[in-house]
Ligand binder design. Structure first.
Ligand code: PMP
Length: 369
């Protein structure tokens, strides 16, 4: 049975020799590697989910609301309340995690013969989903401090004329945000070059010191803001991502979405979570404070830290980041080696988890002195 491997199958050429996305899921006391929210959902919300799901279960003989209208309406309200810009149900689309949102966008605006460009290092799934949808991937530049160099980025866009441009802000894995002026300049460059779609991936925006760029969708039909309930809402297990854009974009992605892609159980659970937005966003404030503490303490210990607007922190520099990752793991703490040479990433956890992490890296620093 084990004699046939992937490459023995007639898989598409571009998948040959590649590995799937894989943050290690290890059984370690302190897991700070996948930018999850460390706080379990509050009991009152767990009860509300159970109620809503029980009700949904009574109708599981039927397909769910294909257009997820109630859920999109509530998401639009959440965005209007928090991002200071009015959006309606017609501006919002939802899918199973923002990964699926990104996949639908690339199926719609990318595909064979087309290209997408992102400024790397950034969220590796943008490139992987591009590959999975037959979209060519172009790695755009970043400065050594991981900021986006506007002139170099404009040049890359003009030269490659990509169909889709990804801007991740705050960026993963580096943590820094992209200033609104930069996003606007790159949007203009992308319009002059093609015009292309510009996807602003705001998975971590609730943790940012700055504001969402949602307001920029006004009058810019090629701009898409993508969001998720995996981080700020503490609901990574729910798999609910969404986008806000011009209504024409929402109509366009429906050309590629699978019918009934959002199960009735997912819709019911997300609706329950949206009833508890205030409590969930309270955790965000605690996590922001913990993130700032991690930055300050890592610097005090003597590490270099990239400015962070997210719920994680990139720290370094290490001659051999992977060997350091292993040494931290040996001390019971799982962080992330994203393959950025010299750097590792730690997710802000509970105060106790962050203390355990800081003890581990303090210990490591002593050992290396
Ligand atoms: N965008 C970015 C920048 C991310 O870091 C992640 C998750 N790590 C996602 C999108 C996808 O999140 P999800 O599919 O859970 O919504």
């Amino acid at each position: 049975m084990n004699d046939v491997r992937i490459d023995d199958l007639p898989v598409r050429d571009e998948l040959r020799g590649k590995s799937p996305y894989g943050a290690p899921q290890l059984d370690v006391p302190v897991r700070l590697n996948t930018n999850e929210n460390p706080y379990p959902l509050p009991e009152a919300l767990v009860e509300r989910i159970a109620e809503r799901v029980r009700e949904a279960a009574r109708h599981l003989n039927r397909y769910p609301d294909r257009d997820a209208v109630e859920l999109r309406t509530r998401l639009a309200e959440y965005l209007t309340d928090t991002a200071g810009h009015p959006v309606g149900v017609e501006n919002v689309w939802a899918a199973n995690g923002s990964n699926e949102v990104i996949q639908q966008l690339l199926q719609t605006f990318g595909g064979p013969g087309r290209t997408a460009l992102g400024f790397e290092p950034s969220y590796s799934m943008h490139g992987l989903i591009a590959r999975g949808t037959g979209t060519g991937w172009i790695s755009g530049p970043r400065n050594d401090d991981f900021t986006v160099d506007v002139a170099a980025a404009e040049k890359a866009i003009a030269e490659h004329r990509p169909d889709v441009v990804f801007i991740t802000t705050p960026n993963n894995p580096t943590g820094n945000a992209v200033p609104p002026e930069t996003v606007l300049a790159l949007y203009e460059a992308a319009q002059a070059a093609k015009p292309s779609m510009v996807v602003v991936d705001e998975a971590y925006i609730e943790f940012s010191h700055g504001d969402s760029l949602l307001r920029l969708i006004e009058g810019r039909p090629h701009l898409v803001v993508s969001r998720t309930m995996s981080k700020a809402f503490g609901a990574a297990g729910l798999r609910l991502g969404y986008l806000a854009a011009h209504p024409a974009v929402v109509d366009a992605v429906q050309l590629v979405r699978l019918p009934y892609h959002l199960s009735a159980v997912t819709q019911a659970t997300a609706l329950a979570a949206l009833e508890h937005t205030d409590t969930l966003l309270g955790y965000v404030e605690q996590l922001k404070a913990e993130r700032d503490r991690l930055v300050a303490e890592l610097r005090a210990i003597g590490y270099e830290v990239t400015e962070s607007d997210a719920n994680f922190v990139q720290f370094g520099r290490f001659e051999d980041a992977h060997a350091t990752w292993r040494k931290i793991l040996d001390r019971g703490v799982l962080v992330r080696d994203n393959g950025v040479p010299g750097w590792l990433r730690v997710t802000a956890g509970t105060p106790a988890e962050n203390d355990a992490f800081l003890d581990a890296v303090r210990d490591l620093k002593k050992e290396q002195e």
